[in-house]
Each structure stands twice: as structure tokens, then as C-alpha cells.
Design a protein around this ligand. Structure first.
Ligand SMILES: [Zn+2]
Length: 194
């Protein structure tokens, strides 16, 4: 029986680089992997890009609410591992399908994603992953104060905000950026904002 893994963290915790490193390790040993990305994330489109300059083509660009079932033919026993980036954007149903793949097709699935959104609420995909994953692992990011970051603060034109919809990709428009913050720094921003 294979496992479903959820490796989560805050912004900039190196999710994409660590995914690409894992893919590289498999391929170095002549093993095949399938890389999946949710299409909600418009950054890089058919490519995964990491801040340290790594780049890789995505095998399955998964549309919102698209079933993974139609891709099952690609997921044969030659596949050693499925790697999913931006897993917070998966629907609960898609997470259930990935879980199904680990148990029925016996392929391990490693999902990388953010745990909470800019308002500190769990993303729907991450919630289902926390419920179903066999293994949870936190990827560490550091806040500018040096403590471990757990929160993703949204800034528009350099102002902290709790406004707007859950998904607003940085770099798209209106000068949106995200910063990983520790609890103390996030709370300080919340109190200033009120
Ligand atoms: Zn801090």
C-alpha cells in the first residue's frame, strides 16, 4: 500500500524546489514520475518555477473540478511517484481521488502546498489533505524576525490587507505580494489593520 503525503508550509518555503529535487532523484535512478499542478495557479502556466531558478514542465495541468480519473491511463505501474504542486488549490474531491490512487493503484503521491490562506484559514484542498494524508510534514520558512513563519500575509501596494478573494496570485495585478510571517508578527499586522 502506498502513502499519501502532504508537505505543507507558508509562502517561500521552497515547495516547488523540493518537489523538483524529489523528481530529479527518481529520474536519476531511471524511475518515472508524474508532475501535476492545479491550473488555478497561473504562475508559470505549464511549468513549475522555483525562486532559486529551477524549472520543469508539468505533465498534468489539472483544471478546477476536473476529475483525475480521465488521467488514470497515464498512471500505470511504470510510475514510481506522483508529485503535486500548489495542492492547496485542489478540490476535496481531487484530494480523495489522489488518496484513492495511493491505495488502489499503489502509487505514492506527494502533495506540496500552503496550509492556510492570507486570513489564516485552511484552504479546502489542504483541509482534506490533513484529514486523509498518511504522512504530514512541515516545510520550514523563517519570518523576517527570525522565528518560524506559519502565516501568509497579503500586501497590496505594500499595505497589509484582509480584503479580497481567497485566491489572488502574486505578480498578476494590483501589486499583490505575500510574506511569510510568524504568529507574533502576523498578529501585530492584524492589530494595526483593525
Ligand atoms: Zn516574526
Amino acid at each position: 500500500m502506498s502513502k499519501l503525503y502532504f508537505r505543507y508550509g507558508a509562502m517561500n518555503c521552497g515547495k516547488s524546489s523540493s518537489l523538483m529535487q524529489v523528481a530529479h532523484n527518481y529520474e536519476e535512478n531511471n524511475k518515472k514520475v508524474v508532475v501535476i499542478k492545479s491550473i488555478i495557479d497561473t504562475k508559470g502556466e505549464k511549468f513549475l518555477e522555483s525562486r532559486i531558478g529551477l524549472k520543469r514542465k508539468v505533465d498534468i495541468l489539472l483544471k478546477e473540478k476536473e476529475s483525475l480519473k480521465k488521467h488514470y491511463s497515464k498512471l500505470n505501474n511504470e510510475i514510481s511517484c506522483i508529485l503535486v504542486d500548489e495542492a492547496q488549490f485542489l478540490t476535496p474531491k481531487q484530494v480523495e481521488e489522489l488518496w484513492d490512487i495511493t491505495k488502489k493503484l499503489n502509487i505514492p503521491v506527494i502533495c506540496y502546498g500552503l496550509k492556510v490562506d492570507f486570513k489564516s484559514n485552511l484552504f479546502a484542498g489542504s483541509k482534506r489533505l490533513i484529514e486523509l494524508a498518511d504522512e504530514l510534514e512541515e516545510l520550514i520558512t523563517i519570518c523576517s524576525c527570525g522565528k518560524r513563519a506559519k502565516f501568509n500575509a497579503r500586501y497590496v501596494d505594500n499595505n497589509f490587507t484582509l480584503d479580497g478573494k481567497e485566491v489572488l496570485i502574486d505578480g498578476s495585478k494590483s501589486n499583490v505580494i505575500y510574506k511569510p510571517l510568524c504568529g507574533k508578527c502576523y498578529l501585530k499586522e492584524l492589530e494595526k489593520y483593525k
